[in-house]
Design a protein around this ligand. Structure first.
Ligand SMILES: Cc1cc2nc3c(=O)[nH]c(=O)nc-3n(C[C@H](O)[C@H](O)[C@H](O)COP(=O)(O)O)c2cc1C
Length: 365
């Protein structure tokens, strides 16, 4: 019993530290997203009115007013309940999807369910649960399925965070069998699973492994935004971990490259979410033109919420929507499927990635 409470306290403390560090410290990767290297082509004669722009979309069989999601963040920390409720309300009001943070704490401490149980606040909107891939060896597919049901979520995000685990003293060191464990959960939940990274991106090789598992939703969460190796650097208890985390602070695959690779590898039946350093509606437009179906934000929303409360977070989404529509008018694209075919050029470092990695992504569609 004592050990159980100690684990709960440890997870709560860690989650609270994460929130504080992400808001107060420099946690941004110095590896750029390379989204700036996606140049959308200006159309001076778009033959469209602003009112005609249609950004409606679909996700987990439900309609979205905009192709956006508030990415998985928290649960288990002191302010998590308040944060999850506020973000669920923002998502409901804006007609976008919402994912809660890792529900790991709930599996051992069912009394923590209230932190994540936001169905009441999001109404009919898309709500996703969350668990780490490394936790899947500890819990049966049945237990995970019940965890998802207990918060009335539409599906589950399974996160991959090996860089972060390696920087934590208490983190996992065994990563064999993740693919098979993910496959079992996809089967158990009839495909209602998003496999997501957490800011280090998905490689061509990882995407192919996921495609083989039959994954229908992925979030590439690439490098260029919140760096979890860098976050852990501020928490490191000793010099070895602190220095290692500093060395790997900018580790990862730029978001733009992962988006393009996913678009070419995953096929039509897989929804691709772009996240990791996206900061505005133009980034969302670039990501969709490059191969994504929708975009997600984590840290930018959290920062808005901490500064300006729920209204600030809602305003941030409204700005993103206006910027996305502006980008669509300027590129002469009326709806999301037209935006996916928008004229574009890949330049700079992104072009280099695509050239050097070409033999791997080839002409796969
Ligand atoms: C405070 C905070 C907590 C997070 N916790 C989780 C989590 O529990 N589960 C998860 O899958 N991702 C988690 N993430 C990662 C985000 O979902 C996202 O993949 C990553 O931060 C990159 O997006 P960003 O650059 O917009 O922050 C967290 C992010 C933040 C900022």
């Amino acid at each position: 019993m004592k050990r159980k409470t100690a684990t709960k306290n440890l997870i709560s403390k860690r989650k609270a530290e994460h929130l504080k560090i992400v808001v107060e410290k420099d946690v941004i990767s110095r590896q750029p997203t390379l989204l700036n290297d996606i140049k959308l082509i200006h159309q001076a004669l778009p033959e469209l009115d602003f009112e005609q722009i249609d950004i409606s979309s679909e996700f987990f069989g439900k309609p979205l007013k905009a192709p956006l999601m508030i990415a998985s963040m928290t649960g288990g920390a002191v302010m998590a309940k308040k944060l999850n409720r506020a973000l669920a309300e923002v998502a409901a009001a804006q007609g976008i999807a919402f994912g809660v943070g890792s529900q790991r704490i709930m599996l051992r401490h069912p009394e923590m369910t209230a932190d994540f149980a936001v169905r009441k606040w999001i109404g009919d909107g898309v709500l996703l649960g969350n668990i780490g891939a490394v936790q899947l060896e500890e819990y049966s597919p049945q237990a995970i399925s019940e965890m998802v049901k207990s918060i009335e979520a539409d599906g589950l995000c399974i996160h991959l965070n090996i860089g972060q685990e390696l920087m934590q003293k208490e983190g996992h060191r065994r990563f064999r069998g993740l693919v098979e464990n993910i496959r079992k959960i996809i089967e158990k939940l009839d495909g209602r699973v998003v496999v997501k990274e957490t800011g280090a991106g998905l490689s061509v090789e990882a995407l192919r492994q996921l495609a083989k598992c039959g994954v229908k939703y992925i979030d590439i969460s690439g490098a260029g935004g919140t760096s979890w190796t860098k976050v852990e650097m501020y928490r490191a208890p000793d010099r070895v971990l602190r220095q290692t985390a500093a060395t790997f602070a900018d580790w990862g695959i730029p978001s733009a490259f992962s988006i393009i690779a996913a678009g070419r590898i995953m096929g039509e039946s897989c929804k691709i979410i772009a996240s990791g350093g996206l900061s505005n509606g133009l980034d969302i437009a670039r990501a969709i033109a490059a191969g994504a179906d929708m975009g997600a934000f984590a840290r930018p929303i959290l920062v808005e919420f901490m500064r300006e409360g729920k209204d600030g977070a809602a305003e941030f989404i409204k700005i993103v929507i206006n910027e996305l529509k502006t980008a669509m008018l300027l590129t002469g694209t009326r709806d999301i499927s037209a935006l996916k075919r928008a004229a574009r050029v890949y330049t700079g470092e992104l072009r280099q990635w695509l050239t050097d990695y070409k033999w791997l992504i080839g002409d796969e569609k």
